[in-house]
Ligand binder design. Structure first.
Ligand code: C5P
Length: 239
């Protein structure tokens, strides 16, 4: 079960990040490095975490012309993360170029390519914003399913999605398509600024493959203890 937990390292410094890696590595499957930590510390943070024996999900959400996104993907493969992501709204040509570049670079280096995950519609976006600002004419559900299917057609391994979107995506993309789910709150944790939250149990029973969890673990007085409680909650509930 612990392999399914990805801890969001939303901190500014290498010291804070490495302290969390040290306290949580035994209880979780991987660590997510996003724009905050990456831009504060630089790409070297990935090697640091990997050298400490942990896996990294590099959450930089590429969205650019196919050539630029593909060259960036080649650089990511060299950094050693096991998973990274792109915005599906960059289009199928961009996604295919990223898949191709990542696979070619990994093959040349002699290892498996990192998993490539698509962001469909950000969960922070409302249906109203999707229509009025982005100009989409589909409903939220149709747009999420449309983009998830596009990710699959491009050869991506899965998508990031809120737990409530899982049934639609499973129906469209099948069981082996990965679904990475943020917005997770154990029963005992504060909701913080997340509104559409689900418990780890609900996300897993809805079919999530990975749970991205940040503050319930990283802001706890004792992160290791919080992780043990989280695992106990999941194991108890799934027993
Ligand atoms: O602290 P918390 O558990 O809310 O952190 C969730 C993490 O997942 C953050 O790094 C956030 O950026 C990320 N995320 C999210 N919702 C999305 C996509 C990513 O909360 N739709």
């Amino acid at each position: 079960m612990r392999e399914k937990i990805i801890v969001a390292l939303d901190v500014d410094t290498e010291n804070e990040a490495m302290r969390l890696v040290e306290s949580l590595a035994n209880y979780t499957g991987a660590f997510k490095v996003g724009l905050q930590l990456y831009n504060n510390t630089g790409p070297g943070i990935i090697k640091k975490i990997v050298d400490a024996g942990a896996k990294v999900f590099l959450d930089l959400k590429f969205h650019d012309i196919p050539n630029t996104a593909a060259r960036a993907a080649e650089a990511v493969v060299g950094l050693g993360s096991f998973m990274f992501n792109v915005h599906a709204s960059g289009g199928i040509n961009m996604m295919k170029a990223v898949v191709q570049a990542s696979h070619a670079r990994a093959e040349k280096a002699g290892f498996l390519p990192p998993l490539l995950i698509g962001v469909t519609v950000l969960t922070s976006m409302s249906e109203q914003e999707l229509h009025d600002e982005v100009g989409a004419s589909r409903s939220m559900q149709e747009q999420v399913v449309h983009l998830a299917s596009l990710c699959q057609k491009a050869g991506l391994d899965g998508v990031v999605a809120s737990a409530r979107e899982i049934p639609w995506i499973r129906r469209a993309c099948g069981e082996s398509f990965l679904i990475v789910t943020p917005g997770i709150r154990p029963a005992w944790a504060a909701t913080d600024d997340q509104t559409r939250i689900v418990t780890p149990k609900d996300a897993l029973s809805a079919g999530a493959d990975y749970l991205v969890i940040g503050r319930p673990l990283t802001a706890a007085a004792d992160p290791g203890d919080a992780a043990r409680r989280l695992l106990a909650e999941i194991e108890e509930e799934s027993a």
